[in-house]
Design a protein around this ligand. Structure first.
Ligand code: IPD
Ligand code: CA
Ligand code: CA
Length: 263
């Protein structure tokens, strides 16, 4: 497996897909809902995923593709080369704000994360990593994260989780919000993960994310020493949805132990 060559190919595809998405604002977006009225998808999400699938299959038909919109094959194991793709992460931002949405991709070989990408489509900013070789923000290497105290941390969290909900004790999360220096909510999981790996946030957590939201970010995390796990502290399962946290290693277990009480 020539990772350098695969990396160049993946970056080129991401740039092409980004260009297509930016051009799509000049024609009609067809917006539909999926699992609920706030779960949006557009024709551009689907077209972008199809674009990736067609190009990847041309490159090597043996590569498998797990995409959010389900336009690829059913992927039931991580054997072989598997691309996990969210063609647009932050679809609500895409539709409403025309910014703050990402293309994110993780490439795994026999279950081991090798190449990770998070691309801010409108800013044309790329966060990426190659396992064992490091991580970059555009052309600048990302440094390993410096320790931070929880009281000085800025964390990403959707405010829904600090209201009564069926998944987690929200009172504990209110305590967490009161403890840290500040909170942010950007509406695109991959963007929040990109901010953690580059030290712009110190943690990001969610009660429900899917493999395509986090796959690229998990690979970048390894290279900067950020810790990614589910909210039980175990590795996130890349074949199903679940709880997720990525954090600076100095506060990861403190948040889990003192502030997370799953129902
Ligand atoms: C969503 C965004 C959002 C997160 C949701 C995701 P989508 O992805 O990342 O920030 O809170 O859980 O599903 O649907 O825009 O790709
Ligand atoms: Ca997503
Ligand atoms: Ca998406």
């Amino acid at each position: 497996m020539d990772l350098q060559q695969l990396d160049l190919f993946a970056k080129d595809l991401i740039m092409q897909a980004g260009q297509r998405i930016r051009a799509a604002f000049s024609y009609d977006l067809k917006i539909e809902t999926k699992s609920n009225a706030n779960d949006l998808v557009t024709n551009i999400d689907r077209e972008t995923e199809l674009f990736f699938i067609e190009k990847i299959k041309e490159y090597d038909a043996s590569h498998k593709i797990l995409g959010e919109e389900g336009m690829g094959e059913k992927v039931e194991s991580l054997d072989g080369v598997v691309w996990i793709i969210d063609p647009i992460d932050g679809t609500m931002n895409f539709v409403k704000q025309h910014r703050h949405f990402m293309i994110t991709i993780g490439i795994f070989v026999d279950g081991v994360g090798k190449l990770g990408y998070i691309f801010d489509v409108m800013r044309e900013d790329l966060f990426c990593a190659m396992a064992g070789q490091g991580a970059w923000y555009n052309d600048t290497p990302l440094r390993r994260l410096n320790p931070v105290k929880l009281e000085e941390a800025v964390i990403g969290i959707n405010t829904i989780w600090v209201t009564p909900n069926k998944r987690v004790n929200h009172e504990k999360l209110i305590e967490l919000v009161r403890t840290v220096r500040g909170t942010r909510s950007y509406g695109a999981a991959a963007m929040e993960i990109a901010f953690v790996v580059s030290g712009k946030l110190d943690a990001y957590l969610s009660m429900r994310l899917s493999p395509w939201d986090v796959a690229g970010g998990i690979i970048i995390a390894q290279e900067v020493g950020a810790v990614a796990s589910n909210l039980q502290g175990q590795p996130f399962n890349l074949l199903s949805s679940g709880t997720f946290m990525i954090a600076n290693p100095s506060i990861h277990s403190q948040i889990l132990e003192q502030y997370i009480e799953l129902k």
